[in-house]
Design a protein around this ligand. Structure first.
Ligand SMILES: [Zn+2]
Length: 405
């Protein structure tokens, strides 16, 4: 084996090659450091002496086909004349001090991870599952060590439920670039404590913050970003309306006889679907449903009306009029879920109109993003390593398909 081949294929530099030993499935390359003098890793002093230990360390290299490779490195110690600390000579082709794989292996694992699950990468590379995960984790840690806030103007804050064990997390995103700015444990202002100081320095540049109607962040925004507007996300408003309508469908269903119950049970889809997405037959079915169940029919029409405001109103003045009209009708209908929604719209009117005031700012990618968080949390590993899970969330905007996770 030529040292130049070791350099070009395995990224080995600064070492002399001595010999190769072969076992059934492994090529073992014996290497010896070339360095004649070394700085003390602790105090950086060059007043050091180098001592051979007579021992070796095995570092995993890239496989050649099905054959594994091992770099068997003669280890040395650096004795410092200044701080009198004796330390191991660092191995320059390893990405971290204590790991037993080369930088080239770490790079290859990251390339594979973009295409395969951790399990598949571990199987293919012969590395331990945990090692594959840690290689990716170390890389993500470096990549997202400092997330830049310099160009952020519009932010979205969202809470996501990760199940019983992990509870809630709060995710802050840049609404323009889509990148994740912060991931905090828990929900409400407390979850954003660590983000607060970093953000305060940029508080003047943030124009608006989008959030859901649950309102648990509006007090935080008012305090930390007094100049920013709050925008209630239109996606959340429609979702809330859909949820309430679904409750109405359920309670309507529970009052019915068995035969009618069955009829309504399968129709959830029709009621929640956007009307323009339905084909001719489905449209007819929806009409029948609306005639048969009056309250539910009214609620379903009102939901479509609400969606149309977002589609049709050109500015905040028109939108305000449309919402006021909607609320009037909703209150007059006497239907509980519509009355509830009307009250909420009236109370949050300014935040809802923020959508128009800030150039139809929409968190359109939010739904897709939340779906991706869903993929992630359904993976079992997310529940074992919280830091890794958070790092993967920072990386989500760069992933396009589920297999990447
Ligand atoms: Zn020293």
């Amino acid at each position: 084996m030529l040292i130049s081949s070791l350099y070009h294929t395995q990224g080995i530099i600064g070492y002399n090659y001595q010999k190769t030993e072969r076992t059934k499935d492994t090529e073992i390359y014996y290497l010896h450091s070339k360095a004649r003098s070394l700085a003390c890793p602790r105090c950086r002093s060059w007043n050091t002496s180098i001592v051979e230990t007579g021992k070796t360390r095995d570092i995993r290299g890239l496989s050649i086909g099905l054959k594994k490779t091992t770099m068997r490195v003669a280890t040395r110690r650096i004795k410092c004349g200044d701080c009198s600390v004796s330390s191991h000579e660092p191995i320059s082709f390893c990405p971290e001090p204590r790991v037993s794989y080369t930088k080239a292996v770490a790079h290859f694992i990251r390339v594979l991870r973009a295409k395969m699950s951790i399990k598949d990468v571990a199987e293919l590379s012969g590395l331990h599952w945990e090692t594959v995960k840690n290689i990716e984790k170390n890389w993500l840690r470096k990549k997202y060590k400092t997330v830049k806030l310099k160009d952020v103007r519009y932010m979205g804050i969202d809470e996501v439920y990760l199940g019983k064990k992990l509870g809630y997390i709060t995710i802050v995103r840049d609404l323009i670039s889509g990148s994740v700015l912060f991931v905090g444990k828990g929900k409400g202002g407390d979850a954003l404590k660590k983000f607060r100081n970093r953000l305060k320095r940029k508080s003047k540049q943030i124009k608006a913050v989008a959030m859901d109607m649950a309102n648990s962040y509006s007090a935080w925004v008012a305090e930390v970003l007094p100049e920013a507007d709050i925008i209630y996300d239109h996606f959340h408003l429609i979702k809330l309306m859909n949820d309430r309508m679904n409750n109405l469908r359920r309670s309507t269903m529970n009052k019915l006889e068995e035969a009618q119950k069955k009829e309504l049970k399968g129709k959830r889809f029709l009621l929640l679907c956007n009307e323009e997405d339905l084909d001719h037959d489905a449209h007819g079915e929806l009409e029948n449903l609306r005639n048969e169940f009056a309250d539910l029919g009214t609620a379903s029409l009102m939901k479509e009306c609400l969606r149309n405001i977002y589609k049709m109103a050109m500015d905040s003045t028109l939108a305000r009029k449309a919402f006021e009209l909607w609320c009037e009708k909703a209150l007059a209908s006497g239907i509980y879920c519509l009355k509830q929604t009307a009250k909420m719209i009236t109370n949050r009117m300014e935040g809802i109109l923020g959508y128009w005031r800030h150039g139809s700012l929409t968190n359109a990618s939010q739904e897709g993003f939340n779906n991706k968080v869903g993929w992630l949390t359904r993976q079992a590993y997310g529940y074992r390593d919280e830091e890794y899970l958070h790092l993967k969330i920072y990386d989500l905007p760069h992933l396009s398909a589920r297999k990447d996770l």
